[in-house]
Every structure is written in structure tokens, then in C-alpha cells.
Design a binder for this molecule. Sequence first.
Ligand code: IMP
Ligand code: MG
Length: 183
Amino acid sequence: MINKDVEKILVSEQEILEIVKSISAQITEDYKGRDSKLLLLGILKGSVVFMGDLMKHIALPLEIDFMKVSSYGSGTKTSGNVNIVLDIHRNDLSNIDILIVEDIVDSGKTLSYLCEYLTLKGAKSVKTVTLLDKPSRREVDFVPDYTGKQIPDEFVIGYGLDYDEKYRALPYVGILKREVYSN
Ligand code: IMP
Ligand code: MG
């Protein structure tokens, strides 16, 4: 049953599972045989569902952690000023390969800022994986290392993604009906 506020399903449960398996296989291949520690770093809250699936399919020892950032926006718009609300509580990152896990890349500001921040904190390496990407919305020069699917400039919800904290638990990614947020 499709949620009444969903215009159409953009990425089905089945397609998401295929994306997760294929990205996890690539990550497993790219990170295997290293002495350093692999850390999946989820960006709260949107990444949690993707993170849960991804960590089950990567066939390597790994640890997880979370950061929370705010960009002082509301509704379907963000301001683009990234603020760290919950930081990573690890002192020595010198033997850690960080893979930042995001739900969606829009302007690119969140992930380009976090990559710079974690590199300055001394991480051995910093890469990014996102389920979704809206490349037409980019405001800074940023390309994720692993992308599940590129999508058009539509506001999407489900599989972790929200509108005003709602719809995160939907098992698919859907386009939100415009009437829900345009009044
Ligand atoms: P960026 O810094 O502009 O790339 O913003 C990325 C963040 O904006 C994501 O982590 C989401 O929280 C939010 N975002 C961007 N587009 C959407 C969308 O279509 N649905 C839900 N959240 C979105
Ligand atoms: Mg987010």
C-alpha cells in the first residue's frame, strides 16, 4: 500500500536492495586487506536505514559511529550553513578509514564540509557513500565516491528521508506530493 502523500515511488524496496548489494560488494572489494579500521559514519538521522542495510552486506570487519549536523533550514529548504550538533567522539583517527554514509546529496555542502573536517581531524582516509544524489542541485564542487542512484530535482521521502520528521519509516523512496509542502 502506497502512502497517500506519495506522488509516485521513485526507488522501490527491490531496487534499493539491489543498490545496497552492489555498493556493498564494491566497498568490500575496495577496502579488503587493509590494516586500518573501517568506520561507517552515518549522518543522523536520514542515513540510519541505509546504514543498517549497508553494514549487513559489507563483508568486512567494521565499526559504526554517527554524527549529526544541522543546516538551519526547515521544510524542503536548507540554508547551507553546516553546524555540527553531535561530533565523533574518537581522539585518534590516524588508523581509521572513514566512510561517511548519507541518505542524499543535494547542494553538496554537508558532505564537502564533513570531508574537510574529518581530514583535518587526522583520519587516514575519508570517503563518502550516498543512496541518492541530485547532481542538478549542486552548489559546491562535490562528487560522492559511491552513489546508489542519481535522481531528478524532486523532494523525496522514505527509507530514512523525512519531511518535517515524517515518512522516514516508508520502505521505499517516493516523491512527496507538492500539495503537502507548498501551502
Ligand atoms: P546538502 O548539504 O545540500 O547536500 O544537503 C543534504 C541534506 O539535505 C540531506 O542529508 C537531507 O537531510 C536533506 N535533503 C536534501 N534533499 C532532500 C530530499 O529530497 N528529501 C529529504 N531530505 C533532503
Ligand atoms: Mg540528512
